[in-house]
Design a protein around this ligand. Sequence first.
Ligand SMILES: *Cc1c(COP(=O)(O)O)cnc(C)c1O
Length: 473
Amino acid sequence: MDDKQKALLKSLPKIDEVLVILEKRGTLERAPREKVLESIREVVAGIRSAILTGSRDAAAFLSNESAADAAAARIERLHEYSLRRVINATGIILHTNLGRAPLCKEALERIVEVGRGYSNLEFDLASGKRGLRYDHIREILCELTGAEDALVVNNNAAAVLLVLSTLARGREAIVSRGELIEIGGEFRIPEVMERSGAILREVGATNRTHLSDYEKALNENTALIMKVHTSNFRIVGFTEEVPVPELVTLGRRHGIPVMNDLGSGCFIRLEKYGLQREPTVSDAVKEGADVITFSGDKLLGGPQAGIIVGKKDQLESIKKNPLNRALRIDKLTLAALEATAKLYLNEQEAIAGLRSLTALTEPVEAATRRARRLLQTLKKEKFPGVTLALKKGFSMSGGGSLPTEQIPTVLVALRSGNLSAARIDEKLRALPVPVVARIAEDEILFDPRTLAAQELPEVRNALRAVLASREKG
Ligand SMILES: *Cc1c(COP(=O)(O)O)cnc(C)c1O
């Protein structure tokens, strides 16, 4: 340690003096005294180690006032929300990392209405006795899908786990090798099967599986035939899979139930809107599978949930599985899901009211109009050194749905002579309402398909904040 360092250490901020400053500023009303003291100690320790390592100009932080600023900032950070709204300019409509489907107005209203007080969550108002939470959603789900019975749990991964655990624990479930998919990192069909206690019986080859492959695998220990909709990828070329109706016929002949994990699950015919065909839940019910599982927050456009529909007797045993208690749906989710489902009583209302469906189905002209508007607004700002242009591109469905669908869009491309695209992106993400965009070839790209009209001024304000600071980077 040299003399300069020794001198600096002697003039470190005094903890009790900093505390007095913070007391006057009212910081003690923002956190308990102990917490404030701890923050001051951490700040002072930080300055001390900066002095010892010479890692930054520690002298600049030596005053009691600046230590108080730093400690108060730490306390204020405790009050900030971590989970926040962001503006999704990526064009990925069901962006799993950005919370998948935005909720419709009705769902939000139901959350507030049901959440602010008590509710009949598990209370049968007619008899005054205990009720089942699933009963609130059973009728509407059966109405929309044509199924005999319905049950909802925390998410589709939980639905798959629960079904396998009920119908195939300790016994074999036959699955085609081409359907042993992974969804978003942690969810792999083979691993979920293992956890459920079901024994995986793989049949066929990655690209081709025949009915005879299933037939040969059947034995006295077979409990289930499982079909997985390979929702997040497509095998193209020399392929063959066995359609569900054939599996159902085979299952019936041997008294083996058939489960169909649809993944996304969809209530409307997307091909009517120029998108690729995605089997609807009603189609899947008509095909005759005993149990069908799908997500609430993929193409359905509702809250995170796992929906199980199918035959009454199978669903009765699934409801009785003790795991069901661990995987059960929360009341706020249930309220939101019920409201989302009701929208589908009128398809046009569903498309207009569910932001994810609007974004998926709206013609490229509508996205183009928002792109032009954003471009005009940004041009008016005359950001120094910034060039702006419109570019053709593609949006994506995301959330492991419609993997090969390229949805045409028009992007607003921004390039700055002063800041790299990566730096702009970083600054956009650091704002109070972060903007998440795309980067390609040192340009920031904003996709209007996932931007609501009222978010366009917010994007402009975000860029004002980011491009106004004259930094080189
Ligand atoms: C997405 C998906 C799941 C998991 O659903 P979550 O709602 O994300 O839990 C399971 N199976 C398939 C086929 C899927 O596409």
